[in-house]
Design a protein around this ligand. Structure first.
Ligand SMILES: NC(=O)c1ccc[n+]([C@@H]2O[C@H](COP(=O)([O-])OP(=O)(O)OC[C@H]3O[C@@H](n4cnc5c(N)ncnc54)[C@H](O)[C@@H]3O)[C@@H](O)[C@H]2O)c1
Length: 249
């Protein structure tokens, strides 16, 4: 079996790191893309220490020239890209009345436009192979709304809509596109920075989650592994909530 090449954005930390490690464990060669090159390099070393194949790629997903350079490096080093996880994202908090144009534009430029840019740059490989798997990481905040996160939740809602449209456009080409809205995934930089914003203590919050625990990055990695597998070829355009049952649909 040929080794598949996967690109995971925001893979220096948190959920992206867990996805990159899981894909490498499953036998994929992984492009570990992040704005934080040292962190990406550390994940690559971790993968290589376990016998896997990976390359670190420095880019901001919001910068097309940087993405083109990083994707070219991945193609030259490991080959054409078959699997993409658009995971990199940033957050921010402001009462809607206080939200500035700059904060709005920054979150949109990374979360929504960044996913557009990376997908468009990677796509020719999947089109040529007539096979591809794209997983977009959205957010449960797009499903429920989230106070003080209008820009973030709107950007993630955009990712859900983008997923649905791409599933329609790319399905005939053998490419599936799904999104995962994570909910309460701890042990990431983003979630640890958010804990003190919880409206109630974490122990109380856990009681509102049907499975009575918060999530871990590996919970998302497991769902990604399934969505990018051959056996998931009949799954596209879907929103697969990974949230312990806190949001049911
Ligand atoms: N943790 C959660 O509970 C949760 C919930 C909902 C959605 N999400 C989403 O999951 C994704 C991962 O979140 P996380 O909690 O692991 O966050 P994290 O902050 O731990 O990791 C994000 C990674 O993305 C990188 N990054 C940021 N901006 C970038 C850019 N412009 N270009 C390239 N890389 C960039 C960071 O350097 C970091 O390594 C994000 O899209 C986030 O919105 C997380």
């Amino acid at each position: 079996m040929n080794t598949k090449v996967a690109l995971v954005t925001g893979a220096a930390a948190g959920i992206g790191r867990a996805v990159a490690l899981r894909f490498a464990r499953d036998g994929m060669a992984v492009g570990v893309l992040d704005i934080n090159l040292d962190g990406a390099q550390a994940v690559v070393s971790e993968i290589q220490a376990k016998g896997g194949t990976a390359v670190a790629l420095a880019a901001s997903i919001g910068d097309r020239a940087q993405v083109v350079a990083a994707v070219s490096k991945l193609r030259e080093t490991l080959g054409p890209i078959a699997v993409l996880v658009n995971n990199a994202g940033i957050t921010g908090y402001a009462r809607f009345q206080d939200l500035t144009d700059e904060a709005w534009d920054r979150v949109m430029a990374i979360n929504l436009k960044g996913s557009f840019i990376v997908t468009q740059v990677v796509l020719p490989d999947m089109e040529a192979a007539r096979w591809g798997r794209i997983v977009n990481i959205s957010s449960s905040s797009a499903q429920t709304g989230a106070e003080t996160m209008a820009h973030y939740s709107a950007s993630k809602g955009g990712i859900i809509a983008l997923t649905k449209t791409l599933a329609r456009e790319l399905g005939p080409l053998g490419i599936t596109v799904n999104n995962i809205p994570p909910g309460m995934i701890m042990n990431t930089i983003m979630s640890e920075a958010t804990v003190d914003r919880f409206p109630i203590p974490k122990e109380e919050l856990v009681k509102t989650i049907p499975v009575r625990r918060t999530g871990e990055p590996d919970d998302i990695a497991g769902a990604c592994a399934w969505l990018v597998a051959e056996e998931s070829s009949y799954v596209t355009g879907q929103t697969i909530g990974i949230n312990g049952g806190r949001i049911v649909s």
